[in-house]
Design a binder for this molecule. Structure first.
Ligand code: GTP
Ligand code: MG
Length: 198
């Protein structure tokens, strides 16, 4: 259960991330996939993380302190076309630096829009996390926009695609909607289980 959620800091440099060693859970994925929205849904606070219809809203690393004990981290989206090459490179360095340096990071949720077929940019990102043995799970977002059949079909296509990539098992999968709140309980239980085993 989340009792308190508080914005801590936004920054564009790994060195400025909170110094505490509280465990943290990061949300990453394409721009507009719903990273900020899911953080708001999980914390029952529509205004905590800034969301937008326009992709590319989150450009900084944002830390939110939960129950005074652990953090949710909203990361900038990848794959947003309308930014300069320079900005893209900076974002890439920021994201890579975060993953390689942040020892407190205990799990990453890779968000995938449940409406689409597997996209190279996401699959490559997942493969990179896997190759580096960073723990992660997949969250299919915006499931409220699909019928039950479409949803089942898209998710099973995704699973097969991952298995085709040479994954022996698929990572933990969640289905979520920031609109209906579906998936919140499962994601929070998952986080709590990890926290209680640290
Ligand atoms: P960037 O910060 O730009 O990378 O985007 P983001 O991944 O943080 O996405 P954000 O949470 O800002 O959401 C993008 C848009 O999708 C907003 O208009 C949200 O209202 C909408 N959205 C997010 N999650 C859901 C969902 O589960 N269902 C529906 N229907 N819309 C959603
Ligand atoms: Mg965002």
């Amino acid at each position: 259960m989340i009792h308190t959620a508080r914005f801590l800091v936004s920054n564009s440099s790994i060195d400025q991330c909170p110094k505490s060693s509280l465990p943290e859970y990061a949300f990453i994925g394409r721009s507009n996939v719903g990273k900020s929205s899911i953080i708001n849904a999980l914390t029952n606070n529509k205004k905590l993380a800034k969301t937008s219809r326009t992709p590319g809203k989150t450009k900084l690393i944002n830390h939110f302190l939960i129950n005074g004990a652990w953090c949710l981290v909203d990361l900038p989206g990848y794959g947003y076309a309308k930014i300069s090459k320079h900005e893209r490179k900076e974002l890439k360095t920021l994201i890579q630096g975060y993953f390689s340096k942040r020892k407190q990071l205990v799990n990453t949720f890779v968000l995938i829009d449940s409406r689409h077929e597997p996209q190279d940019i996401d699959v490559n990102f997942i493969n990179t996390l896997g190759a580096k043995q960073y723990p992660f799970s997949i969250v299919f977002t915006k499931v409220d926009k699909l019928s039950k059949t479409q949803r089942q079909n898209n998710i099973s296509v995704y699973k097969s695609h991952l298995l085709d990539q040479g994954w022996e098992n698929v990572p933990p999968l969640f289905e979520s909607s920031a609109k209906t709140g579906e998936g919140k309980k499962e994601i929070l239980n998952y986080i709590e289980t990890i926290n209680s085993n640290l």
